[in-house]
Design a binder for this molecule. Structure first.
Ligand SMILES: Cc1ncc(COP(=O)(O)O)c(C=O)c1O
Ligand SMILES: N[C@@H](CCCC[NH3+])C(=O)O
Length: 428
């Protein structure tokens, strides 16, 4: 994959650091990010928008991977930050991320979380439902604080991994339905509330999308709605947030567009539909998560036991699994991998890669060709940078791995490996 280069002398390199060295220094399992690649992705999003000449914000969807150093990187790259919980918000604030560029999502923000975000004076709340619409305003009124909001709407466009389906109905736990009139009701309520500055609407149609048709459909529907709200209530709604969902390459079967192609398609679509409705161009916000970090991440595991079932299958087991990457078990997600310590050897053995959890579903890769493996080999699994560590668990009381950023031949720990002591720290 793009994130790694084979160092033909003996081992794979990530961000210019040999995986031999990384494993020796930090142990396994180890999550390694090619920091330069994350920065290039951030710049690709921004520069494509700059070429479009639209006003924009690129908000990194921090659910994909967040720690303080990642928040600092996002800030250095002039990204905004999409957070969906008090924990993500806290991490961003602890990292010194500017509150004015934080957008707060979530379909059940608690009063405490809302108060925390009001205290911090974050840039925008993406209001999801009628309870929040009232609760946030009550809290803001008590503080006499003005709050910028977007309303999350469900436009009735559902994006699936490889295709788009017009649902007609809006069966989603998120947001206000457009076709059933709830979005309009929410707009009317929001527009009357004195503490609210209603910036516009938000929609997110799905994740890991390979095309742009879904965005175009959603933008067409959203623009029609903005037009109606403008005509009926004289509302300007200057911000249009079209969410995230840009696809990445996990295996050679995945054919995502480039970042620039996604952004260009969105910009063109916004221009086309706003022009049709004779509306001034909005400020366009997007929320890429996966596409910012997935391909920049590689997980290094140590190969352990091997089980050969004659005429059936050969299992090799690594020292991690569903605790650091739940995606294969949860979504049947597929990954590519290679032996990091023998990158130039021919792959002649068909194996399936199992994790070490007490769970049959704890498989990382089915049917992978590798050179004949031995105990102690290092397996590099590619494109694990999104929704891997962020969805990690301590199932079987397995500590979470360390996370390292590698760049220009240097590496540094950004999240320390959990210890057994960490695991019992909260136990009574
Ligand atoms: C509201 C919202 N924004 C952004 C994202 C990020 O999506 P992705 O990681 O696919 O770019 C998600 C997750 O799907 C989301 O729910
Ligand atoms: N966690 C999911 C995607 C959810 C996106 C967040 N709304 C994944 O790994 O693919």
């Amino acid at each position: 994959m793009q994130t790694v280069e084979a160092n033909v002398r003996h081992s794979l390199e990530i961000g210019g650091v040999s995986t031999d060295k990384l494993v020796e220094e930090y142990g396994t399992p180890l999550m390694v990010y090619d920091e330069g690649m994350i920065r290039r992705n951030a710049r690709a999003f921004r520069s494509a928008f700059e070429s479009s000449e639209l006003d924009f914000q690129v908000a990194y969807a921090s659910k994909a991977f967040l720690c303080k150093e990642m928040a600092r990187l996002a800030n250095e790259e002039a990204l905004s930050l999409d957070v969906v919980s008090g924990g993500e918000l806290y991490t961003a604030l602890e990292a010194g991320f500017p509150a004015a560029r934080i957008h707060f999502h979530g379909n059940n923000k608690s009063e405490e979380e809302l108060a925390m975000a009001l205290d911090a004076e974050i840039g925008c709340f993406v209001v999801d439902n009628f309870l929040e619409l009232e609760m946030l305003h009550d809290l803001a009124s008590k503080r006499n604080q003005e709050v910028s909001i977007l309303l999350r709407v469900t436009p009735g466009v559902e994006a699936h991994t490889h295709e788009y389906i017009m649902t007609g109905q809006e069966d989603s736990k998120f947001g206000f339905g457009l076709s059933n009139g709830q979005a309009e009701t929410a707009i009317q309520i929001a527009a009357r509330k004195p503490q609210y500055k209603l910036l516009g609407i938000h929609s997110h149609i799905g994740s890991q999308m390979f095309g742009t048709e879904g965005f175009d459909q959603a933008i067409q529907i959203l623009t029609g709605f903005v037009y109606q709200m403008n005509k009926k209530y004289g509302l300007a709604l200057p911000v249009l947030n079209v969410g995230g969902g840009f696809g990445v390459r996990y295996t050679e079967d995945d054919q995502p567009l480039t970042i620039s192609e996604y952004v260009t398609a969105i910009s063109e679509s916004v221009k086309k539909h706003y022009t049709t409705h004779e509306l001034p161009y909005p400020e366009v916000w997007i929320e890429p998560g996966r596409s910012m970090v997935a391909e920049a991440g590689t997980t290094l595991y140590k190969v352990g036991s091997k089980k050969i079932i004659p005429d059936l299958r050969t299992y090799i087991t690594v020292d991690g699994g569903m605790t650091d990457n739940i995606r294969p078990a949860l979504y049947q997600a597929r990954y590519q991998a290679m032996l990091a310590n023998r990158p130039d050897e021919d792959s002649t053995e068909l194996v399936s890669v199992a994790g070490k959890c007490c769970e049959s579903g704890d498989m990382l890769i089915w049917d992978l060709m590798l050179p004949p493996t031995n105990y102690g080999d290092i397996l590099a699994v590619f494109s694990t940078g999104a929704y891997g560590y962020s969805m990690a668990s301590n199932y079987n009381r397995i500590p979470r791995p360390a996370v390292v950023f590698a760049d220009k031949g240097e590496s540094r720990v950004v999240i320390e490996r959990e210890t057994y002591e960490d695991l019992v720290r909260k136990d009574q």
